[in-house]
Write a protein that binds this ligand. Structure first.
Ligand code: SF4
Length: 368
């Protein structure tokens, strides 16, 4: 719903009901909301003057009331494999990264859902920033538009695997998913949108209840609570058995919709053959695909990448048990765009200090 307290709001966070309200405010028929939606979300127009099929009263109202601007691209790096990482500045100055991964003429985009992350996974560079703030749904949608403009091509797949834990920002991520998959809006197929979580069990259950339009991926990353709690502090609250129960219920409730189990392989930590056997026993009855992700080393990390023989032997144990297991070698490693490598150049809190007031509240300096 539009917030009447704010003089200007981003158009990119608007659902159809918001656009209809804009039509009401402008004194034109609600039917124009569909045209407005097509102009913004299908044709990617950012200039109201170019929306000639809308009544002039609506165009004038839009120009006064709505913000069509996109985040500024502060930096862009392209990997040898074609992967591109973009550093985007939001209206309050906070920065996030989004990654574009081309394959076979199609583009997959990795979307950030928070500035920083609160989950504290010890192998992840984003975690070192801590959580600065949640992103708004429009700030996630805007990442898609920035990519679309930069590459002249709309991404085909979206993965919510950038900075942040999507389910920690449930309301805004739910809004994002609904706008992104709205058949008359951005119209992404729900099968081409994947949300990845570290394992916030109550939110997984809510996701199941709300039937949000996306695939689900879960970072498991260990086969004992002792190891998982060490590398993923969230496990202390929601241990492996609780997580697997939630996944099993999710699969049943979603009519057998497969989930993706992600397993970052850390040499000497979770890559033993005993781990492989335990993983086999854990997920053998779950309708899932296992993605094995050999760790992407980064400066300052104590973790190491396992060698290829170990990764193959680990995978073979799963495959022999009939489990679909794939080794995913992350793209964009040479520009730190791979999984767990996203971090704005210095700690995010430093970068956003203008937005923090002495009482700790976040305020957007551009609006004050
Ligand atoms: S791996 Fe994901 S959930 Fe864990 S700290 Fe990094 S961004 Fe957050």
């Amino acid at each position: 719903m539009l917030n009447p307290m704010l003089p200007v709001q981003s158009i990119y966070g608007c659902a159809l009901s918001d656009l209809e309200r804009l039509c009401d405010e402008a004194g034109v028929k609600k039917v124009h909301a569909d045209r407005l939606r097509a102009a913004v979300f299908r044709r990617g127009l950012t200039d109201v003057a170019a929306m000639g099929d809308l009544p002039s009263a609506l165009r004038q109202h839009l120009a006064r009331r709505m913000d069509f601007s996109l985040p500024q691209v502060r930096a862009s790096q392209r990997s040898a494999d074609g992967t591109e990482k973009m550093l985007l500045a939001m209206r309050d100055g906070s920065e996030v990264e989004t990654v574009l991964i081309p394959a076979a003429g199609r583009l997959t985009q990795c979307i950030s859902t928070q500035v920083g992350c609160a989950m504290g996974c010890t192998f992840c560079l984003t975690a070192t920033a801590g959580l600065v703030r949640h992103l708004q749904a429009e700030e996630m949608i805007m990442q898609v538009f920035v990519a679309w403009r930069a590459r002249g091509q709309r991404p085909r797949n979206l993965v919510l695997m950038g900075m942040g834990e999507p389910l920690h920002n449930y309301e805004q991520v739910a809004r994002f998913l609904r706008i992104a998959t709205d058949a008359k809006g951005l119209a992404f197929s729900p099968n081409r949108v994947t949300l990845s979580t570290a394992g916030l069990v109550p939110a997984i259950r809510r996701l199941q209840q709300d039937r949000l339009p996306c695939n689900l991926a879960v970072s498991l990353n260990a086969t004992t609570d002792e190891v998982r709690s060490r590398i993923m502090p969230i496990n202390r609250k929601y241990p492996i058995s609780m997580l697997l129960d939630a996944l099993s219920d999710y699969v049943s409730a979603r009519g057998g919709k497969r989930v993706l189990v992600e397993y970052v392989m850390l040499a000497g930590i979770n890559d033993s053959l005993d781990d492989a056997y335990r993983l086999r026993d854990m997920v053998g009855s779950l309708d899932c695909t296992v993605n094995l992700l050999p760790f992407n080393e980064h400066a300052g990390s104590a973790f190491r990448r396992p060698d290829e023989e170990r990764v193959s032997a680990f995978r073979a144990i799963l495959v022999e048990a009939g489990i679909v297991a794939v080794v995913r070698d992350s793209r964009g490693r040479d520009i730190s765009a791979a999984c767990g490598q996203l971090l704005t150049q210095r700690p995010v809190r430093d970068r956003c200090c203008t937005a923090f007031q002495s009482d700790g509240a976040l305020r957007c300096s551009s609006r004050s």
